[in-house]
Design a binder for this molecule. Structure first.
Ligand SMILES: *Cc1c(COP(=O)(O)O)cnc(C)c1O
Length: 384
């Protein structure tokens, strides 16, 4: 069942296109007001920015819900805010969550440090062994969490068997698909109940705003809205406007991110200085066949292993001219970071090696520059 009447590009620009009355501004306005007048004696909910019910917040959520094919959506102050509220919405104290072990470091910290403090249990399952999911189910299990594609190895998890377990035991399946964006992958079409995204990344796409979103059934989003109001997680109207502006070009941007990611990965794989290149669009990637079946594009994120380890990585990073050394991803400009010092710092060298992230690993976010320029910058940085 698709709730989207128009194509993804049209939807990303217009939401639901409507005939405009004469003299209507084409660009939406930022309504930068924290509060609104309300009718005397009215018992309706007041309009207030912390409630997430003001014009920029509402318009943005409606558009994102359509892109994901969801009944409803809601924006939060950050991707982590969205992750936190989504889990607190589906889990009660004493209940149990099964999480994929291949997840963003911030999410892992939220599970281990905060969910457990709220009286919930979390255990981890290895997506490579689908039988582990069924085995991990307890009487108290309520939900399953999966991230795909993963950071930084770009593993593309097969949601099929996991969604099957979720249905069999009546569990909610929550999926963080930040790395794909709804242009490349829409989890709700693959058996997920809830999709979570860091809107800081592809939705915004210009490295100038921080936000997150959840999408799913109306009743789920209603519960997240209740939490958003009391935990103070609403997105600011100006940031909502920036994300909306970014989303108008989402489809064309992601197409170029896909093209640049593929071009850089194909080039890097021919260069002996890189001992391994992680990109789902390459036949050498362990999930290539599955990725081809489920993704509309392979994205702009490329994992590069330098044969020379940390010294080679640091030397290359210092020589880059175009590609900036910075965390985060999915902006118009190419960025590179080292998981050992950012997203996977907590694990230590052995912990990282165990999950396939050796020292000397660079995580490249290919921007929208000319592919030849990105490649040339890498070439001169890793050259003699
Ligand atoms: C960045 C990121 C987050 C967190 O998003 P913020 O907007 O920084 O809070 C969560 N999940 C994934 C996969 C991310 O890349």
């Amino acid at each position: 069942m698709s709730l989207r009447r128009y194509g993804l590009s049209t939807t990303a620009i217009h939401g639901t296109p409507r005939r405009r009355p004469d003299w209507t501004p084409i660009a939406p306005s930022v309504v930068q007001s924290s509060t609104y007048t309300n009718p005397v004696g009215s018992e309706e909910e007041v309009l207030y920015t912390r409630y997430g019910n003001t014009p920029n917040q509402v318009a943005l959520a409606a558009k994102y819900a359509q892109l994901e094919g969801a009944e409803e959506a809601l924006f939060c102050a950050s991707g982590m805010g969205a992750t936190a509220l989504a889990h607190v919405a589906v889990l009660r104290p004493g209940e149990h969550l099964i999480s994929s072990s291949w997840i963003y470091g911030g999410t892992r910290r939220f599970f281990d440090e905060e969910l457990t403090r709220l009286g919930m249990q979390v255990t981890y399952a290895d997506p490579e062994h689908p039988r582990q999911w069924r085995k991990a189910v307890r009487k108290t299990t309520r939900a399953i969490f999966v991230e795909t594609p993963t950071n930084p190895l770009m593993r593309v998890v097969d949601l099929g068997p996991i969604a099957h377990v979720a249905r069999e035991f009546g569990l909610a399946l929550l999926v963080d698909a930040t790395f794909a964006s709804p242009i490349n992958f829409r989890p709700l079409e693959h058996g997920a109940d809830v999709v979570i995204t860091s809107a800081t990344k592809y939705l915004n796409g210009h490295s100038d705003g921080v936000a997150g979103a959840v999408a799913g059934s109306a009743s789920f989003v209603e519960e997240v809205r209740r939490l958003l109001q009391v935990w103070g997680q609403a997105i600011d109207p100006h940031t909502a406007w920036l994300i909306d502006r970014g989303m108008r070009t989402l489809a064309v941007r992601v197409e170029r991110h896909n093209a640049n990611g593929l071009a850089v990965a194909r080039w890097a794989e021919t260069q002996p200085v890189f001992s391994r290149v992680h990109y789902p669009g390459l036949p050498s990637h362990p999930d290539h066949v599955h990725a081809r079946a489920v993704l509309a594009g392979f994205g702009g994120m490329v994992g590069l292993e330098l044969a020379g380890g940390i010294p080679a990585a640091e030397r290359a990073l210092k020589r880059l001219k175009l590609i900036a050394h910075a965390p985060s991803l999915a902006g118009v400009e190419s960025l590179v970071s080292e998981p050992r010092l950012t997203s996977h710092k907590e694990l230590g060298p052995d912990g990282r090696a165990a999950i396939g992230i050796p020292d000397g690993f660079l995580r490249l976010s290919c921007g929208l520059e000319d592919a030849e320029d990105i490649i040339e910058d890498l070439r001169q940085a890793v050259g003699r």
